[in-house]
Design a binder for this molecule. Sequence first.
Ligand code: DAH
Length: 342
Amino acid sequence: MLEKVDEIKQQIEAFQTENPEELEAFRIKYLGSKGLIKGLFADFKNVPNDQKKEFGQRLNELKNFAQEKHDALKATATKAQSKANAPDDLTRPGEPLPVGSRHPISLVRDEIIDIFSRIGYSVEEGPEVEDDWHNFTALNFPEEHPARDMQDTFFVNSENGENLALRTHTSSVQVRIMESQELPIRIIAPGRVYRNEAISARAHCFFHQVEGLYIDKNVSFADLKQTLLFFVKEMFGEKAKIRLRPSYFPFTEPSAEMDVSCTICNSKGCNVCKYTGWLEIMGCGMVDPNVLENCGIDSKVYSGFAFGMGVERIAQLKFQVNDLRLYSENDVRFLDQFKAVF
Ligand code: DAH
């Protein structure tokens, strides 16, 4: 009997494989419930009593030996298997994944936010459906001002008879902030605005603006000019110039429109700047004392400036896009071109 144990032990010792099927056959043959070792255990009763002790020990050793051998072979087999499954060339480039791109309007809006954040402006938002007070009245629009006209403004039917409209500009956010925030105020308000216009290459019924507002003691027009110059140089490069032309807005006094030197032709004159070398990108001015008072701010103590710029217009200059409609058509051939920008 003991010889049988030795014989099996030698067989087990000699066995080698990396093949999982052969290994399983080994397990069944030696360790299975009908295997050789189980068989020897069954023979135990036939062993003479004086040999039972030694036989038992040897049998247990054999069983452990077989189990250890099996486990060791299994570990190398699994390793060999995972090596075999690995791709042939680990340095081969991966499959390309189709990735989207950011919309040019978002890219430009985020860059504007970034530039003003660097000089201490925080970002605010207001509702797109706005009431008459915030969009017009508090901003010093006279009752009969043409901007309130049906031709410019999309009015919204309200259940309680309140005068609501889709905001025609982000200046409405100025009012909300002046009414609710502590002084001094230094904010920008990006957002979508709506006007009742026929859609063409140069006009759309919705577009995007970024409003800016700075209110403190002793704020002057020189501060406004320097802030805008800083912005333009950050946005269009060191060489860019600005020009302020006197203008009129009900909510600022004095008011101006700001032109930037045409980046497309380097101010030499082209069809985008209509051969003037300049392009208008925003309106601005000193906040009218009436507006400050409408929002509960003492205009004898505080002054401030405001500005409002068109995001599409800036995007047009940066990316040389000459048709406003492209921004809302979602044509992938157009959008794809902004993948590598910024
Ligand atoms: N709200 C004006 C518009 O939509 C732009 C504007 C002009 C905003 C002058 C201002 C400002 O804050 O001071 O055309």
